[in-house]
Design a protein. Structure first.
Length: 284
């Protein structure tokens, strides 16, 4: 896990504990002695790509600092039903408190990683890479982004702060592609943010001319282009900057777009159209 991610993950864990445990896990408090210790295992029940083991350990250690955690499978590993991801030993009350929180995290992250791996495999042999988007569950973006990487994909920007992306609405409000880029360069210079990369969304081949008339960009996003228009756009850009395809691209058409010569394809479905992987935490 990247160091800059940890504060976000720790904050999310605190929120999850507050949300789920509240003033106490009264089910466990009622029938489990406070000093009782037990052992559990994380059982895989569905084929996919495992993700979230590192976060699960953080959750367990937050609730029981003395927990013994034995990792058997690393994040990003393909798994099958019957595989055991980890064993954990600690206070039984703490294990039960952590159970649903860590399962919710791991099942979603593994679902994202599994979906991403499927898209990455679709592009096998090509240089084009799959990107995620900001279409994530609010508050859980860091976990979604981590899961995409574990599935073999690449992260786009984390948020609005770490890259400039001039999309259709920015361009329409600014008065056009040229005006949006010129104003952006002026702003970045004045704000001492010239290190931020600029990506510009284009909707027509003529928009590409406007991008370079305004001084160019680090990346051009081809929005809702057909494969034929994508090929023409790639030829027109001629290697002057990175190229990303986005909008209306499905799993079935993914490879066709990649074969047009684009560098990236961004896919919102990596994080907002996923099926959680079936996992279970069982006493052993």
């Amino acid at each position: 896990m990247k160091e800059e991610y940890k504060p976000f993950v720790e904050e999310l864990i605190e929120l999850a504990i507050k949300e789920d445990i509240g003033d106490g896990d009264h089910s466990s408090l009622a029938c489990i002695p406070g000093g009782a210790r037990g052992r559990m295992k994380l059982l895989v029940k569905q084929e996919g790509v495992l993700a979230g083991v590192e976060v699960a350990e953080m959750i367990l250690r937050r609730l029981d600092p003395q927990v013994r955690f034995e990792r058997k499978i690393e994040d990003g590993t393909p798994v099958r039903p019957g595989d055991v991801a980890f064993y954990v030993e600690g206070r039984e009350q703490s294990l039960l408190q952590a159970e649903r929180i860590l399962l919710n995290v791991m099942q979603r992250m593994s679902g994202v990683a599994t979906q991403t791996a499927r898209y990455v495999k679709r592009l096998e042999g090509l240089r084009c890479r799959v990107l995620d988007t900001r279409k994530t569950t609010p508050g859980m973006r860091v976990l979604d982004k981590m899961a995409v990487k574990l599935g073999g994909g690449e992260n786009h920007r984390m948020g609005l702060f770490d890259m400039v992306l001039l999309k259709d609405n920015h361009i329409d409000f600014a008065g056009g592609v040229y005006e949006a880029i010129v104003r952006t360069r002026e702003y970045l210079k004045k704000a001492h943010r010239e290190h931020l990369k600029i990506e510009v969304e284009v909707r027509t081949l003529e928009d590409i001319d406007e991008v370079f008339r305004a001084g160019g960009a680090d990346r051009i996003m081809l929005d809702n282009f057909t494969p034929e228009l994508t090929r023409r756009a790639v030829e027109k850009i001629g290697g002057r900057c990175e190229i990303e395809s986005s909008g209306g691209i499905t799993f079935d058409t993914l490879r066709e777009y990649a074969e047009c010569g684009v560098d990236f394809i961004s896919v919102g479905a990596l994080t907002h159209q996923i099926k959680s992987l079936d996992l279970s935490l069982k006493a052993c």
